[in-house]
Write a protein that binds this ligand. Structure first.
Ligand code: F6P
Length: 560
């Protein structure tokens, strides 16, 4: 049983925050000057992550009231319910147990949920992944002509794509088996065509990754990949095109990851070459399930275990740390403060690490599919705004694109800066350490956003007239700095888990089910109704609205 959500807006903490907001004038310069202890007070270490919250628009009183809000809305209790395997995903009547995917092999007491020995099953699949990946990496498992696999192509979308894509790029320096990974997700035929055109079918292994194994994009791309494989092998003379040889080719070049192993078999993939997971793993929380198979092949089982250990370290921090020092809880509370009290609508995530080029895209699914909701977990309407728009690009590229708006625009955009003391590749420009220069930019941006530049300071530099206003920086633009020694697998796991729990905290306060995604369904259904109209079915055409009809006509007129 899941309790009815507590309406955050009816709590005394919410009322307190409303009144603090009423008389609120942000003043980071003043707050820093008045309180030499501010940085120490608002800096926390969680596992390897050093998190400086001091440049956020909060006072001690606001932080205390936010912590009370978490207490009064039962954030800790909801976390306990999740860990215990309660069916907190009410609309799908499921437990939410992605945290179980990264429990250590020797975790005690063992976790049994709904009669399932969760720990044993998780470890069993991890071992099977390690065993298979080991054979691929050493060349014991080969393509049909006996050649070692050189490229793994993961076919999946959403949670069956974004995590592996993001982590594959982030951990690029750890690839150690001469195997590279590619990712096909979009049903736009350009995606698979461009990603396979220079590949050799004899050295390519496809992973079809789909929790449900019903997703249109993934199954279409999997069929296209299978045709590409058969055609390529036939034209190389490797198979003769008989059904038996085609089946053999699939066995050597296709594996699957899914919760629906019956559907994997229907597709023609031997379930001996399939890796399972469970309905209590949400798609956007699944990268540390078998969905991470491409990563285990690219980087090896040990690196994957290090990644999981990072996730687990943050899970443990959340489980055991009081709310007032609980870093993901505090960061979630800050987001609530900005969203519900200061009117922020978006949140930038700005990694100073080129390897995290896909981190914002990954977070978009995590945060926006989780918290983009208008009803609470009991079906009642939400009582306040929910999910922000998450977006971002790695620094310094973003500096030369959209930072202008963050510095001097009219909107409040809280931003998380993520940086690492050590580079993946240490390079020098003359005698200058390039990574040091990179980090100087990270520090400069967070400083400029917080403290700005006053008109007096601008004038003191000799600027006059209208230029003074143009060159003035208001400051009081909130940032969080997340610093870590290096972007290791463990640190990456910690970082992702940090955002999972920030998302969880916000969902718990808003009383929403962060684990379903009904909002993606309508478009999928309509696409299947419109597809016949595209193909020329007149009844399907006539049943459309006038705008859709006009667009269909445009398509018919212009399709070559
Ligand atoms: O369309 C949304 C979604 O259901 C995501 O939540 C999920 O990650 C993605 O589609 C892919 O689903 P599947 O893994 O079942 O193919």
């Amino acid at each position: 049983m899941t309790n009815a959500p507590i309406d955050a807006t009816t709590t005394s903490a919410w009322a307190e925050l409303e009144s603090l907001k009423a008389g609120f004038t942000p003043d980071l310069r003043g707050w820093f000057a008045a309180d030499p202890g501010r940085v120490a007070k608002l800096t926390h270490d969680v596992a390897d992550l050093h998190v400086d919250l001091s440049k956020n628009l909060v006072t001690d009183e606001i932080v205390a009231a936010l912590v009370r809000l978490a207490e009064q809305t039962g954030v800790a209790e909801r976390y306990d319910s999740m860990l215990a395997g309660e069916h907190i995903n009410t609309t799908e009547d499921r437990a939410v147990l992605h945290t179980a995917l990264r429990r250590p092999a020797d975790a005690t007491p063992s976790l049994t949920v709904d009669g399932q020995d969760v720990d044993a099953d998780v470890q069993g699949v991890l071992d099977a992944m390690a065993e298979f990946a080991g054979r691929v990496r050493t060349g014991e498992f080969t393509g049909i002509t006996g050649k070692k696999v050189e490229t793994v192509v993961n076919i999946g979308i959403g949670g069956s794509d974004l995590g592996p894509v993001m982590i594959s790029a982030a951990l690029e320096p750890y690839a150690d088996a001469g195997i590279s990974a590619r990712f096909v997700s979009n049903i736009d035929p350009f995606d698979i065509a461009s990603k396979t055109k220079d590949l050799d079918p004899e050295t390519t292994l496809f992973i079809v990754a789909s929790k449900t194994f019903t997703t249109l994009e993934t199954l279409t791309n999997a069929r296209l990949a299978r045709d590409w494989l058969w055609e390529g092998l036939a034209s190389a003379g490797a198979i003769d095109g008989s059904d038996e040889q085609k089946k053999d080719a699939v066995a050597h070049h296709f594996v699957a990851v899914s919760t629906a192993l019956d559907k994997v078999a229907d597709f023609g993939i031997d379930t001996a070459n399939a890796f399972g997971f469970w309905d209590w793993v949400g798609g956007r929380y699944s990268v540390d399930s078998a969905i991470g198979l491409s990563l285990v092949i690219e980087f090896g089982p040990d690196t994957f275990r290090e990644l999981l250990a990072g996730f687990h370290a943050v899970d443990e921090h959340v489980r055991t740390t009081p709310l007032a020092q609980n870093v993901p809880v505090l960061m979630g509370l800050l987001n609530v403060w900005y969203t519900n009290f200061l009117g922020a609508q978006s949140h930038a995530v700005l990694p100073y690490a080129q390897q995290l080029s896909r981190f914002a895209a990954y977070l978009q699914q995590l945060t926006m599919e989780s918290n983009g909701k208008s009803v609470r977990w009991d079906g009642s309407p939400v009582t306040t705004d929910t999910g922000e728009v998450f977006w971002g690009e790695p620094g310094t590229n973003g500096q030369h694109a959209f930072y202008q708006l963050i510095h001097q625009g009219t909107r409040l955009i809280p931003a998380d800066f993520i940086a690492f003391a050590n580079p993946a590749y240490a390079l020098t420009d003359g005698d200058r350490d390039v990574h040091g220069l990179f980090l100087a930019n990270f520090l400069a941006q967070t400083k400029a956003l917080a403290f700005g530049k006053t008109a007096e300071e601008v004038e003191a530099e000799g600027t006059t007239g209208a230029l003074v206003a143009a060159r003035t920086f208001p400051g009081n633009r909130p940032t969080t700095s997340i610093f870590a020694p290096s972007l290791t697998p463990t640190v990456l796991g910690e970082l992702v888990a940090l955002y999972e729990h920030i998302t969880f905290t916000q969902g718990a306060i808003w009383g929403i089910n962060s684990f379903d995604q009904w909002g993606v369904e309508l478009g999928k259904q309509l696409a299947m109704q419109i597809a016949p109209a595209i193909e020329g079915d007149s009844d399907a055409f006539e049943s459309q609205d006038s705008s859709t009809k006009a667009l269909l006509e445009y398509y018919r007129d212009h399709r070559a």
